[in-house]
Design a binder for this molecule. Structure first.
Ligand code: THU
Length: 132
């Protein structure tokens, strides 16, 4: 069962978004996830002059989780600037799917309106997903 409230995770995601390295897009993304053990991991996007080497905030949070020995996401929040909520890109949906159940809640919030977050389930964002 999740320990953190959605608001706590969203605030952590907003904080790490400030660390984003995004000089090209200027689009700062932060992600915070909670594992089944109640640990929290965060990540921000890191861009590169060779654009294709850019890594998203969600995947950085997940790879941080993996490096620390955790394998199961029970909830995840994503924050970025903009008028619409920062729905995770397709690549990140697939990577979240590797480590989460379809019922896993995903909270998305615009940086300026954290309280106006939207909640979805992974299975809604990535139906009929690929798994081996
Ligand atoms: N980005 C993320 O961090 N997460 C997503 O789900 C989509 C896009 C980043 C990558 C790039 O640094 C910037 O947003 C613009 O695409």
């Amino acid at each position: 069962m999740p320990v953190k409230s959605p608001t706590e995770l969203i605030q952590l995601a907003a904080a790490v978004a400030q660390q984003a390295y995004a000089p090209y897009s200027k689009f700062h993304v932060g992600a915070a996830l909670e594992t089944e053990d109640g640990e929290v991991f965060t990540g921000c996007n890191v861009e590169n002059a060779s654009y294709g080497l850019t890594i998203c905030g969600e995947r950085n949070a997940i790879f941080n989780m993996i490096a620390c020995g955790q394998r199961k996401i029970v909830q995840i929040a994503v924050v970025a600037a903009g008028d619409t909520p920062p729905y995770p890109c397709g690549a990140c949906r697939q990577v979240i799917n590797e480590f989460a159940d379809p019922e896993c809640p995903i909270y998305v919030a615009p940086t300026g309106r954290l309280d106006a977050y939207e909640t979805m389930q992974l299975g809604e964002l990535l139906p009929k997903s690929f798994k081996l």
